[in-house]
Write a protein that binds this ligand. Structure first.
Ligand SMILES: C[S@@+](CC[C@H](N)C(=O)[O-])C[C@H]1O[C@@H](n2cnc3c(N)ncnc32)[C@H](O)[C@@H]1O
Ligand code: SF4
Length: 354
């Protein structure tokens, strides 16, 4: 335990200059993609025309091992990260994921460990994840209409498993469960109100996400985005809403509560109202590339450093150097960047993690 004089030294130590990027944004979150594979083929993320049976995913030896992920997480925490989120691809396809959660939860300074999942395998793992230190879970669910659900997930069923996963996660103490609902015009936007209705009066918090131009494979078109302002109007016309203050600086969702007390919903508007200025998220791919933006075109190879014997101090140096040079603000510059003659080769979402 720290003596009082040590804690005084720690509290007056000036912040590590490497923990702020060029726009003054601290590193607060690390999103860790533990698996590039997925058991869905959502067309907006992993269209099956590209991610077919012969697509070459990473080999096991190419993915970071748990000890390597833990070392990187520890370096990020040294630089100020406090929240870890496990994602993918589908993170629950990673064998023994609860063991990783257990190891991450032992890192001094980690305040929150969360998981984003499509929920199909959640009921099998929720209790063990909770017991090993997972705090929260976000489940992606785009529609309750089985046909629309299958269309959004690339022809896969599993809606009942997802709903079951949400119930089991709540019972295991992983609530409040948040939902991620990507909204695409003409595909699932007509099913948004029934989805919200189902979770009104529960502790589940649906968040409606604007469809984004992540990666290069989803053939994104701006007309498929339903701006949050339009969705807000549609929802509020049915159930009046009042805005809520953010829970913390840099929160991505704009929060609202139903005036009749039936709970909370959120809107994530990275296309119509970019929030780059507050972005404190770093990302680690399953093969060990470190990225400073969801729309990044290049990253820093940490696996090579790890596997050639980098010390913990060298890892901190590498991460800190990369973060301190960060000046990404893709969403704020989207229109200009999309007009470029040479399109950007953005990293795909399943690889970088959502
Ligand atoms: C890439 S997934 C990885 C975790 C897990 N497979 C899942 O679906 O929750 C993380 C989140 O990114 C969201 N996502 C993927 N592609 C997107 C896009 N083009 N626009 C907006 N959100 C997207 C998904 O809906 C999901 O909530
Ligand atoms: S959004 Fe999640 S579930 Fe859908 S294809 Fe991407 S990684 Fe898989």
């Amino acid at each position: 335990m720290a003596t009082s004089s040590t804690s005084r030294i720690l509290t007056i130590r000036p912040p590590d200059p490497r923990s702020r990027d060029r726009l003054g944004r601290p590193m607060h979150d690390l999103r860790i993609s533990v698996m590039d594979r997925c058991n869905f083929r959502c067309p907006y993320c992993m269209p099956k025309e590209t991610f077919h049976d012969r697509y070459r995913f990473l080999r096991t030896s190419e993915r970071l091992g748990f000890n390597e992920i833990v070392r990187i997480a520890r370096a990020a925490v040294t630089l100020g990260a406090r929240k870890l989120r496990l994602t993918g691809g589908e993170p629950l396809l990673r064998p023994r994921l609860p063991d990783l959660v257990g190891e991450l939860s032992m890192i001094d300074g980690v305040e929150d460990i969360a998981l984003t999942t499509n929920g199909v395998l959640l009921s099998q793992h929720a209790s063990e994840l909770k017991a090993n230190g997972l705090n929260r879970v976000t489940v992606s669910l785009d529609s309750l209409d089985p046909e629309v659900f299958a269309r959004m997930s690339g022809g896969f069923g599993g809606l009942d498993d997802v709903l079951d996963g949400i119930e089991v996660a709540l019972a295991a103490g992983l609530g409040p469960v948040k939902l991620n609902t990507v909204v695409r015009r003409g595909i699932n936007d007509h099913t948004v109100l029934p989805l919200l209705e189902r979770f009104r009066g529960s502790t589940v918090i649906p968040r409606l996400i604007e469809y984004m131009d992540v990666g290069n494979r989803n053939a994104w078109r701006p007309e498929q985005v339903v701006p949050s302002a339009e969705l807000l109007q549609r929802v509020a016309a049915r159930w009046p809403l009042t805005p809520l203050p953010g829970n913390y600086h840099g929160e991505v969702a704009d929060r609202y509560r139903y005036d009749d007390g039936a709970g909370e919903i959120g809107f994530i508007s990275s296309v119509s109202a970019p929030f780059c200025g507050d972005c404190t998220r770093a990302r680690l791919s399953s093969e060990g590339m470190f990225y400073t933006c969801l729309f990044a075109t290049e990253g820093t190879d940490l696996r090579v450093a790890l596997r050639s014997g980098a010390t913990d101090a060298e890892l901190v140096e590498l991460l800190g150097g990369t973060w301190s040079r960060r000046e990404d603000r893709y969403s704020e510059r989207r229109e200009a960047l999309r007009r470029r003659e040479q399109p950007l080769h953005k990293i795909e979402m399943h690889y970088i993690g959502g």
